[in-house]
Design a protein around this ligand. Structure first.
Ligand SMILES: Cc1ncc(COP(=O)(O)O)c(C=O)c1O
Length: 373
């Protein structure tokens, strides 16, 4: 049997290792702006909830505690404007990456089915399609959503359409109207929409990011749409693996059955921590302030060093270019002790951009600013 891994692209981060070594050797050490991993403390209210639930000898359930489901429906109603949600409209997942990677398989997709995702995107959408043996298809998220002529996506065999607004890596935000048009198109063609909204709380400029579950987008019906949310970024919980789905009850009911058989349970202490995190807006505001300051400092410094920053209205990244190969930029910055992600990790269309994460401590951001001056 050919190994399953042969269906997958090379793990891109391995290619960055020599540049990481070069940046690490710089006097004063590396400023790592490559991976978007949180560096600030887990909020105290969340740590306390985790600790209080640490005596959890029994198995948790895949659907989560009633308290967790209340927290998920309550938060989605309050924060996303999604009215009338029941417990059947929510499902916890073990961080959103596993969901993205295994969703096509859990939906039963395979040979002959197509899975579409933006041309510039988080690489795991493609991985998920390939793990299932389905065909990955890219589309132009920006032009497709505007309905511009010549940007149509062929619906033949298309079973799953990924949206990601705010976008990783570009930070672009789809407007309500763009989301509405995409959902209407998908419903017309019977294509299931999964909307990855893990950066929804991290909008900086322009219109506030909106969920696909907003009534002006979905018309108050969740048929054929599911939003994916993660606490990794908004609550510094990447280490906890806490994420959840909200949307179409029929789709989530089916996933629940599959995931029960597969034992895909969120640990009980993490469920309790999620309830605490979703019940507290204060830590989200504090974390936003930290990121806003780092974003402003890095943006000014990179622009001063000859970079053009595109989009980047939201998310945890600056999408920047010096109109050269991304690997030349990565190499040059690594010699100054700064590591960024090459744009081609997110698709060939990114080959002249780099992605600069602002998930570094204030001290490391100051070091980067000094090195770029
Ligand atoms: C667009 C997007 N989706 C999903 C994830 C996965 O996040 P997690 O597995 O921590 O929930 C990431 C992480 O960087 C991401 O950028």
């Amino acid at each position: 049997m050919p190994p399953v891994s042969s269906r997958l692209p090379a793990f891109p981060w391995d290619r960055l290792e020599p540049y990481k070594a070069a940046a690490t050797a710089y006097p004063g050490g590396i400023v790592d702006l490559s991976v978007g991993t949180p560096v600030d403390p887990v909020p105290a209210v969340v740590q306390e909830a985790l600790a209080a639930a640490s005596d959890s000898p029994g198995y948790p359930t895949v659907w989560g505690t009633g308290e967790l489901r209340d927290a998920l429906t309550g938060w989605a109603g309050r924060r996303l404007g999604a009215a009338g949600l029941a417990h059947t409209n929510v499902l916890p997942v073990v961080g959103s990456k596993e969901l993205v990677a295994w969703l096509p398989t859990q939906l039963g997709l395979g040979a002959g089915d197509r899975v579409a995702y933006p041309r510039l995107a988080y690489p795991t959408y493609e991985v998920g399609a390939r793990l299932a043996g389905a065909e990955p298809v890219v589309y132009d998220a920006e032009t497709f959503a505007t309905g511009a002529a010549g940007t149509e996506l062929d619906p033949a065999g298309l079973k799953l359409l990924w949206l990601n607004s705010p976008s990783n890596p570009t930070g672009r935000v789809l407007t309500k109207e763009e989301l509405r048009r995409t959902v209407a198109w998908a419903r017309e063609h019977g294509v299931l929409v999964f909307s990855d909204e893990c950066y929804l709380e991290l909008g900086w400029e322009g219109a506030e990011p909106v969920s696909v579950l907003h009534p002006e987008v979905c018309g108050g019906s969740y048929e054929g749409i599911v939003a994916v949310h993660s606490l990794s970024k908004r609550s510094n919980l990447a280490g906890y693996r806490a994420a959840f789905l909200v949307g179409d009850a029929a789709v989530l009911g089916e996933l629940l059955q599959i995931r029960k058989h597969g034992g895909m349970m969120v640990p009980a202490p993490v469920q309790a921590a999620t309830v605490a995190a979703l019940g507290d807006d204060a830590h989200v505001a504090v974390q936003r302030e930290r990121y806003a300051a780092r974003r402003a400092a890095l943006r000014t410094a990179f622009q001063g060093a000859g970079f053009r920053v595109e989009h980047s209205e939201a998310s945890l990244y600056l999408w920047a270019t010096r109109d050269e190969s991304c690997w030349d930029t990565v190499g040059d910055l690594s010699k100054r002790g700064i590591l960024v992600a090459p744009g081609d990790f997110y698709g060939a269309a990114g080959e002249r951009h780099v992605r600069i994460a602002f998930t570094a401590t204030d001290e490391r951001v100051r070091a980067a600013v000094a090195r770029l001056a």
